[in-house]
Design a protein around this ligand. Structure first.
Ligand code: SF4
Ligand code: SF4
Length: 341
């Protein structure tokens, strides 16, 4: 049963929680941290070795599908612009109109959700921005400052095709992840421009600028699982997340609980499916951290991102085993419901 709650279902140690530096994420450490075992080792650096293994699901064609799928997220940078879009090559001038008056914030909450869904979001929630979740520095070390007028975060989940993710860790699953990211770029780029066209400001984000999972929990999209991912009631962990900060006036949504924390204590299926042994098996969560890429001060099962990323390099692409193994994953859901009867 899904229940709305007044405060987000996580425990924070306010003395230890600090804004996280994006350079400490595995991709940040790969770029900047000489002490990281995978310093300057990209996820595709071993690809020729992986392809030469001739394993099912790891063909040259399937790898090309992965590369194609990343194209929009990785190269269409204007989708992530903090400013109203403009381009000398655009044939039609786009008018700049005055501010659209908002007298009914609840109506705007509903409207923005409908628009984001039209542009491809599967789930949408709105929350006030908790500044603890904004990165202190971006992946290149630049200080991140979000002006005070940005008060709300529109948080979106893009569903992935469970049949493709179920083939994890093959390239078919990697391509599905990349497709979701490119759909993120389309969704946030269009939704941000919709907001700007009404005379308000918008900062669209993928994984950059702020931590997506706690914002998604705050916005009522789901709960945190043992696998370190957002678990949603409808799609389980089979989603990718993105968000837009805005100064538009909106009502907010309440966080939700539906028993994930209790279920995770006993389940551990994600940990069993992880070939890198990166997911904790102890019954209770804690404040312990497993590697420098974990943000201290959050009570949870931390995932050892070092081990995880090293497996991705070995695999020649991302892994989704901890998504596909989860009883909340749409293909497995019936098994979970039977478990609970
Ligand atoms: S993505 Fe794969 S390697 Fe990483 S934690 Fe999940 S199952 Fe383990
Ligand atoms: S597989 Fe089980 S333990 Fe892991 S996140 Fe899903 S429900 Fe929780």
């Amino acid at each position: 049963m899904i229940q709305e709650v007044d405060s987000p279902p996580y425990i924070i140690d306010i003395n230890n929680l600090k804004r996280f530096d994006e350079r400490k994420t595995v991709f940040g450490r790969m770029l900047h941290d000489e002490k990281a075992e995978y310093y300057r080792t990209g996820m595709y650096d071993e690809i020729e070795k992986v392809l030469s293994g001739n394993q099912k699901g790891y063909s040259r064609i399937e790898f090309a599908k992965v590369m194609g799928a990343w194209a929009v997220y990785d190269y269409f940078h204007k989708a992530f612009s903090w400013e109203k879009l403009n381009d000398a090559n655009s044939i039609m001038n786009k008018p700049t109109l005055g501010k659209y008056p908002i007298s009914d914030r609840a109506f705007m909450n509903k409207k923005i959700k409908g628009i984001a869904k039209k542009y491809g979001a599967s789930l949408v929630g709105v929350t006030k921005i908790n500044h603890s979740w904004i990165y202190s520095k971006d992946i290149n070390g630049k200080t991140i400052e979000i002006p005070e007028e940005f008060r709300f975060a529109i948080v979106m989940a893009i569903r992935m095709d469970p049949t493709a993710i179920n083939t994890s860790p093959t390239f078919t699953a990697c391509a599905e992840t990349a497709i979701a990211y490119s759909r993120i770029a389309f969704c946030i780029g269009c939704t941000a421009e919709f907001i700007r066209s009404l005379g308000y400001k918008a900062i669209p984000m993928g994984n950059d600028t702020a931590l997506s999972i706690p914002l998604a929990i705050d916005a009522g999209l789901g709960e945190l699982g043992r696998n370190g991912l957002l678990i949603t009631p409808k799609y389980g962990p089979c989603v990718r997340l993105c968000k837009i900060f805005t100064d538009m006036s909106l009502t907010t949504d309440k966080p939700i609980v539906f028993g994930v924390n209790k279920y995770c204590k006993k389940c551990k299926k994600c940990a069993e499916a992880c070939r890198a042994n990166a997911i904790q098996v102890k019954e209770e969560p804690s404040f312990d951290i497993a590697c420098p890429s974990n943000n201290p001060g959050i009570f949870r099962w931390t995932v050892n991102q070092n081990k995880c990323y090293k497996f991705w390099i070995e695999n020649g692409g991302e892994c989704s085993n901890c998504i596909a193994a989860c009883p909340y994953f749409p293909i497995n859901k019936r098994i979970k419901d039977t478990d609970e009867q």
